[in-house]
Design a protein around this ligand. Structure first.
Ligand code: BTN
Length: 267
């Protein structure tokens, strides 16, 4: 079922219980990338809380220059804008809090538990159900806004994923065995994000790190982390106060990573 663009936007805005998010809501049949559209609005000085949802994206972007497969009528492709008063270094905490909002949302609808893989993949049974792309935009050297982009695999059937994703992606429908209402998922994500953002602004990063840590299975696992052209192996211990992943290395030292791609080692 496709979105009813105008009425879905009006109804969502009417029912949304948010302080900051959803000041304007736009549903579109097609766009290159919802993150890129928000960036254009930001350059025209739009206020915090704008939400853009697209039925399909022709150039959906993932992390690390990858593309995000965005077919119509199955997945959610959504971006919103936050304008916190933050330094660039605090972007990683924002990314983690969006991850918390996303995992709580998926868990509300999925019959099987989803969990977070640092920094921001949401997995069910080791397969990706949701991805996040958070981008800080600067104006004259200072942060102007953070664009939060989320892709959720909601109603895809296994055969609807392209071959290269079949073994690494899943959807809530695949897990549950029945389709679910994308609008309910969108509403839940926006409300969770609004709540987690407000909690962070009131209480600081420790609340984010605590909740993130409650929703991961990473700690205690042997992992390798690819950062630049290097790979480091060790045991994943915890997140530090900056949201960095702390590994206990084989030589007994601890090292904290602020970026990288984590794989769990099955040894
Ligand atoms: C990842 O690589 O895991 C991040 C995927 C993020 C995809 C979403 S879909 C909506 C928004 N617009 C984009 O172009 N990307 C994000």
């Amino acid at each position: 079922m496709t979105y009813e663009y105008e009425s879905d936007s009006i109804n969502l805005k009417k029912h949304l219980r948010c302080e900051r998010i959803g000041s304007s809501i736009i549903f579109l049949p097609e766009i290159d990338s919802t993150n890129d559209l928000i960036k254009k609005y930001l350059m025209n000085n739009v206020s915090e809380g704008l939400v853009v949802v697209a039925e399909t994206q022709t150039a959906g972007r993932g992390r690390r220059g990858r593309s995000w497969h965005s077919p119509p009528e199955t997945g959610i492709y959504l971006s919103t804008l936050l304008k916190p008063n933050l330094e660039l270094s605090q972007l990683s905490i924002i990314t983690l809090l969006v991850g918390v909002a996303a995992v709580l949302t998926v868990n509300k609808f999925s019959n099987q538990n989803a969990y977070l893989k640092w920094p921001n993949d949401i997995l069910i049974d080791s397969k990706k159900v949701c991805g996040l792309l958070c981008e800080m935009v600067k104006k004259q050297g200072a942060p102007d806004g953070v664009i939060i982009g989320i892709g959720i695999n909601v109603n895809q059937m296994p055969e609807q994923f392209p071959d290269h994703l079949k073994s690494i992606a899943t959807s809530i429908r695949i897990v549950n065995g029945f389709p679910i209402d994308r609008l309910a998922v969108i509403q839940s994500f926006l409300e969770n994000l609004d709540h987690e953002y407000q909690t962070y602004l009131n209480e600081g990063e420790s609340s984010v790190i605590k909740k993130w840590s409650l929703n991961t299975k990473l700690f205690g696992k042997n992992v390798s982390i690819k950062h630049g052209s290097n790979v480091t192996t060790g045991s994943a211990m915890r997140l530090d106060e900056l949201g960095r992943l702390v590994l206990l290395l084989d030589n007994g030292y601890e090292e904290a990573f602020d970026s990288g791609e984590v794989s769990i080692r099955e040894d």
